[in-house]
Design a protein around this ligand. Structure first.
Ligand SMILES: O=P(O)(O)OC[C@H]1O[C@H](OP(=O)(O)OP(=O)(O)O)[C@H](O)[C@@H]1O
Ligand SMILES: Nc1nc2[nH]cnc2c(=O)[nH]1
Length: 174
């Protein structure tokens, strides 16, 4: 089967929107330090692009949570593959994700982090597919709502491919 990629959001559109969200986050935290938690692997490109544009003090940590494997459908079972290196008690935590789909991953992760007593806990996502929601999640910052299509690029993969595309595309199988 052949795979082609149709552009959904261009590099320029994504970059412009990330700059807008970064300005909003910088304003909201009002000079306080933010502790960004990048959710690997997909969140890594967005985290870097967002972090570069923040004008408040930033610290960072990384977690890896998996529920998709090589499939395009969530298994529904969330697994922590890599935990945080440092504690988050008393910190302004900002979880940075590439996409929220069913909501299962983020619902699980936010609850897990809330139990570690951060000063504040917010969620920022590059993409959201609201139509797909199975579990409710409060999202503080969303760059784009997108339709129910399987997307790749800007960190998002299809069987580990296409993460490096500088735009968001839809995989079309021929
Ligand atoms: O809302 P949900 O249906 O739970 O889906 C969202 C999750 O799916 C993706 O991760 P994935 O498991 O593909 O891991 P990866 O980032 O390492 O590719 C994405 O990064 C989210 O963590
Ligand atoms: N690559 C990719 N991962 C996802 N995880 C949840 N939804 C998606 C999607 O549309 N694309």
């Amino acid at each position: 089967m052949s795979e082609t990629i149709r552009v959904l959001l261009s590099e320029e559109e994504v970059d412009k929107r990330i700059a807008e969200i970064a300005a909003k986050i910088s304003e909201d935290y009002n000079g306080e330090q933010v502790h960004m938690i990048c959710v690997l692997k997909g969140g890594v490109f967005f985290t870097c692009e967002l972090a570069k544009r923040l004008t408040i003090p930033v610290s960072m940590d990384f977690m890896s949570v998996s529920s998709y494997g090589a499939d395009t459908k969530s298994s529904g079972v969330v697994k922590i593959v890599k935990d945080l290196d440092e504690g988050i008690e008393g910190k302004n935590v900002l979880v940075v994700e590439d996409i929220i789909d069913s909501g299962r991953t983020l619902s699980y992760l936010l609850e897990y982090l809330r139990n570690r007593n951060p000063k504040s806990l917010k969620l920022c996502t590059l993409l959201d597919k609201p139509e797909r929601r199975v579990v409710e999640v409060d999202v503080d910052y969303t760059c784009f709502d997108i339709p129910d299509e399987f997307v790749v690029g800007y960190g998002l993969d299809y069987a580990q491919k296409y993460r490096n595309l500088p735009y968001i595309g839809v995989v079309e199988l021929g």
